[in-house]
Design a protein around this ligand. Structure first.
Ligand code: PLP
Length: 360
């Protein structure tokens, strides 16, 4: 099955084979070495040249675990967060904070609009109690790319902490985490890094770690400094998904072999192929090109076809597309182009798509 959903993705044979490595105990040196390899590669891939300024914390859990860990570990007692919300995942950040009864302010945007630095600057000046700003890099809801660099600049100038959900962006979009002084970046193995789901991570700026130690502990499993202390000793507080870590390690090697910039280029090319062909078929994208990411395109449903019809026809031919969420549920469909897929596979999908529209 060719997966055109935003994770889990199709992985290479090389990554799949890594699942078959020997059984190991996570309290033994073999695991310490595996963990260390993963951390080193994460830093090499995502903060190149600034590896010594960041720590990579690896968590067994899907991407949401990393986002939740970052949010809960970053607020001092009595301070608040401000979330820039323009989609399902921004909304989720707000809900996480709300659930833990940490104070949350929100700047809400239409799902096709991008957060603006000017409004954020004003809000931060008006709200000195806001300590943390949270935003999603690539809003998977619509395939919209948020202006990370511009927002990070405001957050940094106003001396706040930036928590970025880059779960669907790392490996697919270019970003300079270190130069933008982003304190916390959440990511996952199972999207653009082309590993399996089940492992996620947070990149934390070192200077922030000692501050975090003074903040209240709000979760047993997701308390980041707990992981940092253990990982410093080559271990991890809880039983990790060892086999998935092996595959993650291999996926990171694969990413570094390909080169992050080349991976991004490959994704951009695939997205362009899909967009150009669907444009020829008269299928309209939800977003203007300047807002689109490299890895997901949301399209309006073609005339006379419902999402379930389109989905089922394509699935019968071996291709899985993705529905819209929330108020876009019955209006759009999404095509992701993450994963170990070839141009021939995308062309196969596009041919199948054309046929599926005709059989309407
Ligand atoms: C996929 C995704 C997540 C996490 O989802 P999980 O199902 O927990 O892996 C978080 N944020 C964004 C932007 C995502 O695309």
């Amino acid at each position: 099955m060719v997966l055109l959903n935003p994770g889990p993705v199709n992985v290479s044979e090389r990554v799949r084979q890594a699942l078959l490595k020997p059984d190991i105990c996570h309290r033994e040196s073999e695991f310490a070495e595996l963990l260390h390899r993963i951390q080193t590669k994460l830093l090499k891939a995502f903060v190149p040249g600034a590896e010594s300024e960041y720590v990579a914390i690896v968590i067994t859990g899907s991407g949401t675990a990393a986002v939740e860990a970052a949010l809960m570990s970053s607020v001092p007692h009595g301070k608040r967060m401000l979330i820039l919300n323009n989609g399902v995942y921004g909304e989720r950040m707000s809900q996480i904070i709300g659930l833990h009864r940490l104070g949350v302010n929100e700047l809400k945007y239409d799902w096709t609009a991008r957060p603006d630095p000017e409004r954020l600057l004003l809000a931060l000046r008006q709200h000195p109690e806001v300590h943390v700003v949270g935003m999603v890099h690539h809003e998977t809801t619509t395939g919209l790319l948020n202006p990370v660099k511009e927002i990070a600049e405001v957050v940094d100038n106003q001396n706040r902490v930036f928590v970025l959900d880059a779960v669907s962006a790392l490996g697919g979009e270019s970003i300079d985490i270190a130069k933008s002084h982003i304190y916390m970046v959440a990511g996952t193995a199972g999207k653009c890094i082309q590993g399996f789901p089940g492992v996620s991570f947070v990149l934390v700026r070192k200077g922030f770690i000692d501050k975090m130690r003074a903040y209240p502990k709000r979760s047993w499993y997701l308390h980041l400094t707990h992981y940092i202390d253990d990982q410093g000793r080559g271990t991890i507080p809880f039983t990790p998904a060892v086999q998935v870590y092996y595959a993650f390690d291999e996926a990171l090697s694969e990413l570094l072999d390909e080169g992050v910039a080349n991976r991004i280029q490959r994704y951009r090319k695939a997205a362009t192929l899909i967009r150009e062909r669907l444009a020829k078929l008269g299928v309209k994208p939800l977003l203007t090109p300047d807002r689109q990411s490299n890895t997901i395109t949301a399209f309006h449903l073609p005339e006379g076809v419902t999402y379930p019809q389109l989905h089922d026809r394509l699935k019968a031919k071996g291709y899985v597309i993705y529905a819209g969420q929330g108020n876009l549920e019955n209006k759009i469909f999404r095509v992701a182009n993450m994963g170990a897929l070839t141009e021939a596979q995308f062309n196969g999908f596009l041919d199948a798509f054309e046929l599926s529209c005709k059989s309407a």
